[in-house]
Design a protein around this ligand. Structure first.
Ligand code: HEC
Length: 151
């Protein structure tokens, strides 16, 4: 290879790594890894951002948003007696609140489920805060869901 060809090749390879690297769903991988070292007590503090609209205790009342006891691994729109938007209801029985779904939704409710009624909440941008919060959310259940295998 001549010098210039080799240079072009490396630039192309570098760009490919960059493009494919950025395209992969980093979100679900990072939440799984972050959960392994998440701080449940710190997560409880983060939940203060939600309690204006949600209760988290068993049989807690719905507020502006549904009660979120046992949300991890439940279906989208899982609470009977709450009037969900069509946007969330349309996924009922099809999608569930896995760790990565929760992570995406809490990061940006509006982008994750366009047209949902939590869109006025701008989301939590710090991935560690979200992981701590989700680790705490997991505990708000009779039988906490299994933690994902951290890769
Ligand atoms: C300003 C009020 C508000 C705040 C703040 C808020 N939510 Fe919500 N949330 C809602 C509403 C309203 C819905 C129902 C959305 C719909 O029907 O489209 C909802 C729905 C949800 C759902 C889906 C539940 C289901 O049954 O499918 C989850 C999960 C959720 N919120 C988590 C959170 C978490 C975690 C926080 C804090 C980081 C939070 N929310 C903060 C209003 C809020």
């Amino acid at each position: 290879m001549s010098g210039i060809t080799r240079y072009t090749f490396f630039v192309a390879a570098f760009c490919a790594v960059l493009v494919f690297g950025l395209n992969k769903p980093a979100q679900s991988e990072s939440i799984n890894a972050l959960l392994a070292t998440a701080d449940v007590a710190a997560g409880q503090a983060v939940s203060a951002k939600c309690t204006g609209c949600h209760s988290f205790d068993k049989d807690g009342a719905n507020k502006m948003g549904p009660n979120l006891w046992n949300v991890v691994n439940s279906s989208y729109a899982y609470k009977d007696g709450f009037k969900y938007s069509d946007a969330l209801k349309s996924h009922n029985g099809k999608k569930k609140w896995s760790y990565s779904e929760l992570d995406g939704f809490i990061a940006s409710p509006k982008e994750h489920v366009p047209g949902n009624k939590m869109a006025m909440f701008s989301g939590i941008k710090d991935s560690k805060d979200r992981a701590n919060l989700i680790a705490w959310l997991r505990m708000q259940a009779d039988t906490p869901a299994a933690l994902p295998a951290a890769k």
